[in-house]
Design a protein around this ligand. Structure first.
Ligand code: MG
Ligand code: ZN
Length: 218
């Protein structure tokens, strides 16, 4: 019985996710879901990439997912773009965002006048990968401080993502990590994944990532 319930939840989620993609196609905006473990630099990446995208004329907004706090949303709002906060604590403290919470968040925006909406998912390398948010593209951010083995230990996350961004490459001189081994492990799990690296802190490779995202926009 329990297995049946889980399947129903995921099926209902998938239907909502498909309806979000249909709406995004109709209204002409692109939805990108960014996932990672806590502290990999999702918010920092957004902070560095968003000004580049604005310079290119992209009209964008961000949905911030967190169990509690509006800390990340406040950092993004400084960039003078619309932000919708989802806190999961009032409905059970979910450690992921499902399509059912993305729909009301999207409704807070003037979608007909947006080109791109980012979702910053809850920091968690496990179950956000199981729930389709309705995004057109899924990104995973992994930082150099996490070691080489995470793609092998959390393969579903790397399987469901189109793009992996290795962040904090400015720290490489201080770490024992072999970045080529990390890249190899990511490619082993998902040979088709787009693989990029950057430092959101120093800005290294950020223009290239902004251009990559710009090319995804409908
Ligand atoms: Mg964050
Ligand atoms: Zn979860």
């Amino acid at each position: 019985m329990k297995i049946q319930i889980v399947r129903d939840v995921l099926e209902a989620n998938d239907q909502l996710a498909d309806s979000i993609r249909g709406e995004a196609k109709k209204l002409g905006f692109t939805l990108i879901n960014i996932m990672s473990s806590p502290g990999s630099g999702k918010t920092s990446l957004l902070e560095s990439v968003i000004p580049e995208l604005k310079k290119k004329g992209i009209r964008l907004a961000v949905i911030e997912g967190d169990i509690t706090t509006t800390a990340d949303a406040e950092r993004i709002a400084i960039l003078d773009i619309p932000v919708a906060q989802i806190n999961t604590e009032p409905f059970g403290g979910d450690c992921h965002l499902g399509a059912e919470v993305i729909i009301p968040a999207l409704q807070k925006f003037d979608l007909a006048n947006l080109d791109l909406v980012f979702i910053e998912n809850v920091g968690n390398l496990v179950c956000p990968a199981e729930f389709d948010t309705g995004a057109d593209y899924n990104f995973v951010v992994i930082s150099t401080t996490e070691g080489e083995d995470k793609p092998l230990k959390y393969p579903l996350m790397f399987r469901v993502c189109d793009t992996a961004i290795i962040n904090k490459i400015d720290l490489l001189p201080y770490l024992d990590i072999d970045i080529n081994k990390l890249k190899k492990n990511i490619s082993q799990i998902n040979p088709k994944i787009n693989l990029m690296s950057c430092s959101a802190k120093t800005g290294e490779n950020i223009p290239g990532i902004a251009q990559f995202i710009f090319n995804l926009v409908k």
